[in-house]
Design a protein around this ligand. Structure first.
Ligand SMILES: NC(=O)c1ccc[n+]([C@@H]2O[C@H](COP(=O)([O-])OP(=O)(O)OC[C@H]3O[C@@H](n4cnc5c(N)ncnc54)[C@H](O)[C@@H]3O)[C@@H](O)[C@H]2O)c1
Length: 338
């Protein structure tokens, strides 16, 4: 199958492209490279364009009329940046996606898989969230995802288009074959920060927030290996029509599916696992929570298993080992020598 991936030069999109190739499919990449890396597109069909560039989409579908689905990963994704620059986030993520969905529909691409986020969920007692758990997107970034989900659902209800929003929990690790991985130069999320500390690029790892109502007081997350996440997209494309048929209401044109392991892991637990894999302790300290921090959530991942036949398979330790390996390699591969 041929599949269009917007944002295919990014961390997750490039891993999805590798997973599609490894399973015999052909990815077609559309990326503006606003944050993505050209290195991740090498050897692949690549269109350097914006998702709102209607002409570029027309060219892609003229040259590849056999594209069966679009996986829409392109977005701006940094939460604090979205607080500082909400206009850019609503424009880049919401307005441009609206235009792109409309163009895809016009060009006959009726299957859309959308990269959504667990940051949509409200806090719930026990921390496990199902797709129908209450939502409370807490940042402009999360609200763009919420709006994009609503837009996709409404467009699907009014046309022949069908959409699947995949709510990612906390993607970590790198392609096990090291073709791509986290490219942001100064990571802001837990595992990226642990790797930077271990490799001596950060003096100390801050455990931010130690009084949450979790089993050890630190925040809880659902860390999913990015390769598992990528394979979920392969399954979503391969089982796209079947997923609707298997759902509770086969007539509904829009589905939401959590992508997580179903296991909550606290910050202290991931630090311990990291030190075991790395083979030594890292320099760490306890700090108060940062503004906007929350206790967290983990997925009920039953829907993904039922509708897509997918479940996460790779361990936390494998994610950590792959992230560490990539953390060393990327300095050269992405020229982060400064
Ligand atoms: N990384 C995470 O922790 C996480 C968690 C939940 C959801 N997601 C979602 O997954 C998707 C991919 O995230 P990622 O971590 O790979 O981010 P990323 O920044 O690595 O990739 C995003 C890609 O989109 C491209 N892009 C952005 N705006 C574009 C536009 N207007 N036109 C064309 N290309 C554009 C960028 O150049 C980049 O290559 C995003 O939609 C993000 O919201 C990510």
């Amino acid at each position: 199958m041929k599949v269009l991936i917007t944002g295919g030069a990014g961390y997750i999109g490039s891993t999805i492209a590798s997973a599609l190739e490894d399973t015999g499919h052909t990815p077609v990449i559309l990326d503006s490279l606003i944050t993505g890396r050209i290195e991740f597109t090498r050897g692949r069909i690549f269109y350097h364009a914006d998702i709102a560039d209607t002409q570029a989409l027309e060219t892609i579908f003229r040259e590849h009329p056999d594209i069966v689905a679009t996986i829409h990963c392109a977005a701006l994704i940094i939460v604090p940046e979205s607080v500082a620059r909400p206009y850019d986030y609503y424009k880049e993520n919401v307005s441009k996606s609206l235009e792109m969905f409309h163009t895809l529909d016009r060009l006959g691409c009726k299957r859309v898989v959308f990269s959504s986020s667990a940051s949509l969920y409200d806090l719930v007692p026990g921390f496990m969230v199902r797709e129908d758990s209450p939502l409370k997107p807490g940042s402009p970034y999360a609200r763009t995802k919420y709006m994009m989900e609503m837009i996709l659902a409404d467009l699907c209800a009014a046309s022949e288009m069908r959409g699947i929003s995949l709510r990612y929990f906390n993607p970590i690790g790198a392609d096990p074959q090291m073709r791509s991985g986290l490219h942001i130069q100064h990571p802001t999320l837990v595992l990226g920060l642990l790797v930077e500390t271990a490799l001596g690029r950060k003096p100390v790892f801050d455990i931010t927030g130690t009084h949450w109502p979790t089993r050890d007081g630190t925040g809880i997350r659902d860390y999913v290996h990015v390769w598992d996440l990528a394979m979920a997209h392969v399954k979503a494309v391969e089982n796209f029509d079947a997923a609707f048929a298997r759902s509770e209401r086969p007539d509904q044109p829009y589905l939401v599916i959590n992508l997580g392991t179903g296991q909550g892991v606290t910050v202290r637990e991931i630090v311990n696992a990291f030190e075991k894999v790395y083979g030594q302790e890292i320099n760490k300290r306890e700090m108060p929570p940062r503004p906007g921090d929350v206790a967290g959530a983990y997925a009920n991942a039953d829907t993904a298993q039922r509708l897509l036949g997918w479940k996460a398979e790779l361990s936390l330790e494998q994610s950590i080992a792959d992230a560490l390996k990539w953390g060393e390699l990327r300095v050269k591969l992405l020229d982060y020598t400064k």
